[in-house]
Design a protein around this ligand. Structure first.
Ligand SMILES: [Zn+2]
Length: 339
């Protein structure tokens, strides 16, 4: 089953077209899930653009409590809009999926690929990784708004993109190990987004409007790749398991894309890919490449490497093939300059 977004609008100064873009009748109830910071930045232009009966729900965390409050506010609604960076889009997406309502993703930063994917990263569930949801019906990405977000979020988005190189390699390993479905097209689409950063890291590092546009298009493409594959396989491998393990071991330190970028250096080394090129590209886009830069200790990095494969034991990755101990994990992190 391929579930894909129906329409995507990317451009400068397009946020004011949101009302037209969602194509909802004037009488429709619309719920906008959004954090307070984002509301301060764009509430006025969004409110002016939406003509239906609009309810705003403040999203504080990406957890089930916030999903439930969006669901409560959406009983009479005809659609839900997730307006913000990571958490509002994730929370809105899962709430809409549970209520079977159309969902529109309106990212105000480009820090990860959840803006287009059929997966939501929600805390407080029994799983420590993204859960299956539905893809957005539409995505509206205003490049001007996203370019005004803190540069750290841009760098994190680049980290989530290089992750596709090791994710796809892990997917191939899973296919070779136990015949798991592997889709060449979805794999190539995801890889292309990872290559964008490796091949253009100096230009992307300028973080200007054209770089933001490329980043947004690449993040959306990887979300589409996941939709085509019907799984997160093309987007998420051992580097994501490492990131999820750090979420548990050292909560609140480092952004998702930053941790995935560091995980990609580690996974690439194990997979025999050019990990130095990946590290160089991450440095060029000003993404962190060491434990200290994301505020975690050397020991926590080692523990995350060792525990990563337990996050999702059924998913075959390089970590299933090369079983690491604390000693070998430390050697890996030291060799790659992460600790
Ligand atoms: Zn990711």
């Amino acid at each position: 089953m391929m579930e894909l977004p129906h329409r995507i609008m990317i451009g400068q100064d397009v946020l004011r077209l949101l009302g037209k873009f969602i194509e909802m009748p004037r009488s429709a109830g619309i719920v906008v899930a959004s954090g307070l910071n984002v509301q301060q930045r764009v509430r006025e232009v969004v409110a002016a653009s939406l003509e239906g009966r609009v309810s705003w729900v403040d999203v504080k965390f990406s957890d089930m409590k916030n999903v439930r409050s969006v669901m409560r506010a959406s009983r009479e609604a005809k659609c839900i809009i997730g307006l913000g960076g990571g958490k509002s889009v994730d929370v809105g997406k899962l709430a809409a999926s549970k209520l079977n309502l159309p969902f529109f993703s309106v990212p105000t930063s480009a820090s990860h690929d959840g803006i287009a994917s059929p997966f939501a990263s929600i805390r407080g569930t029994e799983k420590h990784y993204s859960i299956k949801s539905k893809p957005p019906l539409g995505i509206l990405a205003d490049v001007d708004v996203i370019a005004a977000a803190p540069p750290r979020l841009f760098s994190a988005g680049c980290g989530d993109l290089v992750a596709k190189l090791t994710a796809v390699k892990d997917w191939q390993l899973g296919h070779e190990a136990d015949g798991e479905y592997y889709g060449e097209y979805a794999a190539n689409l995801a890889m292309m987004s990872g290559r964008l950063i490796i091949d253009n890291s100096k230009r992307m590092g300028r973080c200007d409007t054209s770089a933001v546009r490329d980043l947004v298009e690449a993040l959306i493409s990887t979300g589409v790749a996941a939709g085509i594959a019907g799984s997160s396989r093309p987007c998420s491998g051992s580097e994501h398991l490492f990131s999820h393990a750090l979420d548990v071991i050292s909560p609140g330190n480092g952004l998702h894309g930053e941790k995935c970028g560091i995980g990609t250096i580690l996974a690439a080394n194990l997979q025999g890919l050019d990990w130095r090129a990946i590290r160089g590209a991450l440095k060029n886009v000003k993404a962190p490449t060491t434990a200290a830069e994301i505020g975690v200790s050397d020991g926590q990095i080692v523990e995350a490497i060792v525990r990563a494969s337990d996050i999702r034991p059924e998913r075959y990755t390089i970590l299933s093939k090369v079983r690491l101990t604390s000693r070998t994990a430390r050697a890996l992190a030291t060799e790659t300059g992460i600790i």
